[in-house]
Design a protein around this ligand. Structure first.
Ligand code: CA2
Length: 141
């Protein structure tokens, strides 16, 4: 089973600021943690992080026929992008939305997720562990 793990804008800056919201871990530590869990579950993972909406759309399209599922934290694009959920719908791959924090208990503008309706599940507010939970969800399907 091959899973594509996509992270959106500024996730590469984790650990540098706002540790009270996102924790102290860096993006490198995040990918390490996910890789370990993936090995345990016998799942192959590939990581992609971009600050550019169109690049994320391209990557989702390229996943068609090459991956069995997608884990995505679209970061700020969660609350603004229509192109990302359209791409997820277009490829038809089972997708789990992950957020490190819980956007629903933060500013009002974070309460809208355009991605949520096209995802099999949303895991939020569980820190880095949310990604490993998403792996389990996709594995169990
Ligand atoms: O909680 C999440 O995972 C978010 O997707 C993170 C996004 C935010 O825009 C979403 O509303 C919720 C932000 C990504 C990282 O932003 C940083 C901000 C300061 C320092 C480092 C990273």
């Amino acid at each position: 089973m091959k899973i594509l793990v996509i992270n959106g804008p500024n996730i590469n800056m984790l650990g540098i600021r706002e540790p009270e919201i996102y924790g102290k871990g860096t993006y490198a530590q995040l990918t390490e943690e996910i890789s370990k869990k993936a090995d345990e579950l016998g799942v192959t993972v590939e990581f992609f992080q971009s600050n550019h909406e169109g690049d994320i759309v391209d990557k989702i399209q390229q996943a068609y026929g090459n991956f069995d599922g997608i884990i995505i934290n679209p970061a700020a694009y969660t609350h603004t992008s229509i192109a990302i959920p359209d791409a997820i719908k277009a490829v038809g791959l089972p997708t789990v939305e992950v957020h490190i924090s819980d956007p629903d208990i933060r500013e009002d503008f974070r309460k809208i997720s355009y991605v949520r309706p096209v995802c099999k599940a949303t895991v939020k507010g569980k820190g880095f562990a949310g990604y490993t939970e998403a792996l389990r969800i996709l594995k169990e399907r």
